[in-house]
Design a protein around this ligand. Structure first.
Ligand SMILES: C[S@@+](CC[C@H](N)C(=O)[O-])C[C@H]1O[C@@H](n2cnc3c(N)ncnc32)[C@H](O)[C@@H]1O
Length: 252
């Protein structure tokens, strides 16, 4: 796997081009400033601030943690933080930045004990990184197993049904919705400094679609956090009390 995201983080630290491109399969692209992944709390978007601050507690798993901005913030507040990412460079960087429980791991193959975490963070569309409806449901089922009975999944997601405020939001708009019937399965790749990563699918669900996506996985939506003028929303998932742990995930 080419670690383009890691290369972009490295470039930022070395003073090289401090942005990377996310390209959609139809050629449309947008520029992401890499400094975003190093931002402090005051520079996070309001949706992130409110979603994380109001809901995170206890032992936290930060999935797709990147350079570790949320993990570092929560560690400073004395929470026990565990951070995982698929990018080797990001994982080393998080360790260098002082995070202790850092794992080089694919979110589709997570290996943690049962009932271990109080909160799981999936910020910046990371809940969609499993790529397909089936794999996202499997991911939710794994999360159900590793999260405590009163635990939560805390996510921020772009609602591609909502109109786009800027080029970044429009990249995630309706284009490939027909592919997945209900949720927007969009084919993307990262590009940095003339190198391109592999194409991958990201799954983007509106609030209504998220409700359907989690059906049969043991989760329900307990809170939605929306901010004026953005298609990003926060979602907090909690466990259904009477959900049988090993029940089969039903297709939607
Ligand atoms: C958009 S960045 C978000 C980083 C961080 N959550 C933030 O908001 O600063 C997505 C992150 O997910 C990681 N990632 C992508 N696919 C992954 C996978 N299959 N398993 C684990 N991490 C993954 C990337 O390496 C990257 O660090």
């Amino acid at each position: 796997m080419k670690d383009i995201f890691g290369e972009a983080l490295k470039g930022y630290l070395n003073g090289n081009p401090q942005y990377y491109l996310i390209r959609r399969k139809d050629g449309n692209s947008c520029r992401i400033d890499t400094c975003e992944y190093f931002s402090d709390y005051q520079d996070w978007n309001n949706c992130e601030k409110e979603t994380i601050m109001a809901h995170v507690q206890g032992r936290v798993l930060d999935i797709g943690a990147g350079a570790g901005r949320h993990s570092l913030f929560l560690k400073k507040r004395n929470l026990e933080v565990h951070s995982l990412d698929i990018s080797p460079f990001a994982v080393n960087l998080m360790k260098m930045r002082g995070l202790k429980n850092v794992y080089l791991m694919d979110l589709r193959k997570m290996d943690f004990p049962d009932n271990y975490f109080d909160s799981v963070l999936m910020i910046s569309n990371d809940l969609g990184l499993a790529g397909t409806i089936k794999d996202t449901k499997e991911l939710l089922k794994t999360l159900f197993r590793i999260v405590k009975p009163d635990g939560k999944v805390i996510a921020t997601i772009r609602d591609s049904n909502k109109s786009a405020a800027d080029s970044r939001e429009s990249l995630y708009s309706n284009q490939e919705r027909k592919l997945a019937k209900m949720v927007n399965k969009i084919r993307l790749r990262m590009e940095y400094n003339n190198a391109a990563g592999d194409w991958f699918y990201a799954l983007l669900a509106s609030k209504e679609e998220l409700g359907k996506l989690i059906k049969g996985t043991g989760w329900f939506i307990s809170n939605i956090i929306e901010k004026e003028g953005s298609n990003l929303y926060g979602a907090v998932l909690k466990k259904e009390n009477d959900y049988p742990v090993n029940s089969e995930v039903k297709n939607i």
